[in-house]
Structures are given as structure tokens and as C-alpha cells.
Write a protein that binds this ligand. Sequence first.
Ligand code: NAP
Length: 256
Amino acid sequence: MRGLRQKVAIVTGAARGIGAATAQRLADEGVKVLLTDVLSAEGEAMAQLILDRGGEAAYAYLDVSDEANWERVVRSAVERFGAIHILVNNAGIGTLPDVEQETLDGFNRTIAINQVGVWLGMKYTIPQMRASGGGSIINISSIFGTVGGFGGSIAYHAAKGAVRLMTKNAAVRYAKENIRVNSVHPGFIDTPMISQVKDSSDPAMQQMMSTILGMTPMGRLGKPEEIAAMVAFLASDDAAFCTGAEFYVDGGWTAI
Ligand code: NAP
């Protein structure tokens, strides 16, 4: 894809799942990638894997809900790679409780990671993008940032819906500065996040899994690489006229 070679990206939640696949794909396109996560052993291993494949990568601990962490990581990324052009706000946690089951602590934790973390990422990287003459921010929302799903996961829906609208708000604010901001909305993707449903022996979870597949017109889970491909496109100059938009990679879920 055009314009990616020698660019610098921060990917959050990059130790595994969609973040790991995205870091690998960007590195394959010639991007220098700073992988970040709270799972440091797995994150270090992913960065090493990219280095072994001939890519350029490093790992740093980053809890996306912690403002001081963001300040430190952005500073060290610029010291190490000289600039920041791409931010993939991917880190997130999945939650299941519905309106009545959810606790205040649970709700606040989900918002802190899935929503506040995305805002902090934009806040601390945008000055660096401005200094580089522009950039691309890709915020990973969800189909559940747009539709009501199964009526559960209230905090997750709240946060992912906010990610969708923060994306549009920031896109409008920074369009004239050549900083593009888009959201990606995965359907159900085969990552550790959904293993609590997919690999459960609980009949209720097994029923949910077959409902998920039944509600996906393509009848299968997505692959992390299929989200990474969309992210790479949005990061690249091939998406030069895309901003404030929402991109669904969901096997047809939201078409119904
Ligand atoms: P995953 O396999 O659980 O990977 C997410 C990574 O983020 C994990 O390494 C996780 O570590 C890390 N993380 C959790 N809290 C963090 C924090 N405070 N700071 C930094 N990193 C943190 O999940 P995934 O399926 O790849 O999901 C990636 C993104 O896609 C998420 O935003 C998710 O909501 C979204 N998404 C996923 C699906 C799906 O079906 N998989 C569908 C729609 C949207 P821990 O293990 O410690 O939590």
C-alpha cells in the first residue's frame, strides 16, 4: 500500500489478537512499529517475531487508561523512531454483564480502557503527527459500537459507541491539519477475547456461539488478519480522502 514505508506507528494491545496481526501487517508494509500492551512477555515476543522476519519493531509497556504511561511511551517512541505518523487504538477488554448485572466498578473500568484510553492516545500523539505534517489514527470500535447486539455487555456498547463518535469529532477537528481519523468495526473475530465464549463448556456460552455464527451472514468468525488489512489501508495514502468514516469488517453482520 502507498506511503507506508518508513512511517512510524504505535499499536496498542499489540501482544496478541487483532493488535498483534496489525503490528505484523504494518511491519510487512515497511512501517516501524512500537508494539504496546500490558502483557509484556507476549508483547516482547511479538516484537521479536517481527524483527526475525526482517521488520523494524520494539515493545513498550502501556496501560492505555494511564495518562502518565501515554506521556512516557509517546516520548520514547519519538526518541527511538524520530516521529509518530500512525496510531492504532486497538487495546480493549470484552465484558458481558447487562444493565442490571453490571457494577459501577466494572462499568468504569471498561470505560477507562475502551473509551478513555482511545481519547488519551489521540491527545498525546496528535501533537507529534502535527509536527510530522499529518498522520492517520485508526480507532478500533466494534459492530457493538453501532447496534444493540444481544442486549448484554452494556459497558462495552457504551464505550464502543463513544469511540465511533469521538472518531468523527476528532476527524472534523483535525481534517485541515492532514490528520485523518477513522473507526474500524469488527464483527466476531477469532482472538483470545472471544475464547471465553468460544471455548466454554457452559451450554449458555455454546448457545451464544452458535447464535453468533447464525447471525453472521458469512457463517464464520473473522480472522485478525482481515482486520489488520483494513487498518493498513486506512493508515496508507490509498485512504487519503477517508476521514471521520466507519469501516465494517463483519462478515455482513450489520447488513441485516
Ligand atoms: P485480545 O485478544 O483480548 O487483545 C487485546 C489486548 O489488549 C490484550 O493483550 C489485552 O491484555 C490488552 N489490554 C487489555 N487492557 C489493556 C490496557 N488497559 N492497556 C493496554 N492493553 C490492554 O482482543 P482482540 O479480540 O484482539 O480485540 C482487539 C480490539 O478489537 C478490542 O478493542 C476489541 O474490543 C475489538 N473487537 C474485537 C472483536 C472480537 O470479536 N475479537 C470484535 C469487535 C471489536 P489482557 O489480556 O491483559 O486483557
